[in-house]
Design a binder for this molecule. Structure first.
Ligand code: IPE
Ligand code: IPE
Ligand code: MG
Length: 235
């Protein structure tokens, strides 16, 4: 069983494999996404119960715009479905919602849903739930650099910029880096997720597709994390 005193503070998840889950069942890909939302519900509840303080879910990447428009449209309808049914439970569990990614390219209704979710939960003091939507790490870093240049021109920065100062310009400003990164579906790659922040995260991969990812898998990941020796370059 997992140790209560060594729960990862920040867990990030690349929720992958919805499409293959569906296709292997002879279903349209969107059915996989629909079931994937159910997994989001359970993983949020279980993470908060476990005492994880921040959960970051990769829901849509800057590269996912390359998908067929029908699939994109279906995916863009999911935040509304999720928040409509889940907001009362998020409130009960004291969860605070946040967005990682650029809002601009998202359809108006998604922007509105996210804004409302953030607003409703802004005073909650429990787990922080970050949705990475229209998120890409390289875009995030370039955005940070450009915002930094503006601040430098306005005289708000003096001298060289160090890591701590740079991090303030990322979407994750004020959040500690993920302790644990989970990726489902058997792919062994990062896919442009949190490139800066994952520098020292423990990585955990499973072949399980996201719609089948259960509490048991989450506990396994946390248990494995607790067996790791994090050295951060030391001996
Ligand atoms: C993850 O599942 C959801 C998103 C990337 C939006 P996929 O849709 O990538 O499913 P696979 O990887 O094609 O099976
Ligand atoms: C990563 O999954 C993005 C999300 C889970 C939202 P992808 O399915 O887009 O990644 P690749 O294309 O297999 O690398
Ligand atoms: Mg995928």
């Amino acid at each position: 069983m997992v140790l209560k005193d060594n729960i990862p503070y920040h867990v990030a998840i690349i929720m992958d494999g919805n499409g293959r889950w569906a296709v292997e069942k002879g279903l349209p890909r969107k059915e996989g996404h629909r079931h994937g939302v159910e997994t989001v519900r359970s993983v949020v509840r279980n993470s908060s119960e476990l005492g994880i303080k921040a959960l970051t879910l990769f829901a849509f990447s800057t590269e996912n715009w390359r998908r067929p428009v029908g699939e994109i449209n279906y995916l863009m309808g999911l935040p509304e479905i999720y928040f409509k049914s889940e907001l009362p439970e998020l409130m009960r569990n004291n969860v605070k919602v946040n967005l990682l990614g650029s809002k601009e390219k998202l359809p108006r209704k998604v922007q509105k849903t996210i804004d409302e979710g953030r607003e409703a939960t802004k005073n909650n003091t429990g787990m922080i739930l970050n949705f990475a939507l229209n998120y890409g790490a390289r875009t995030e870093i370039i955005r940070a650099v450009n915002r930094l240049i503006v601040d430098a021109k306005e005289g708000k920065i003096s001298g060289a910029v160090n890591e701590a100062a740079f991090e303030k310009y990322l979407y994750t400003a004020s959040l500690p880096d993920p302790d644990l990164l989970i990726r489902t579906s058997g792919e062994l790659r990062i896919s442009n997720f949190l490139l800066w922040q994952l520098a020292y995260s423990e990585l955990w991969f499973t072949d399980v597709y996201w719609p089948d990812f259960s509490k048991r898998h989450l506990l396994n990941a946390v248990y494995d994390y607790q067996q790791r020796k994090r050295r951060f370059g030391k001996v």
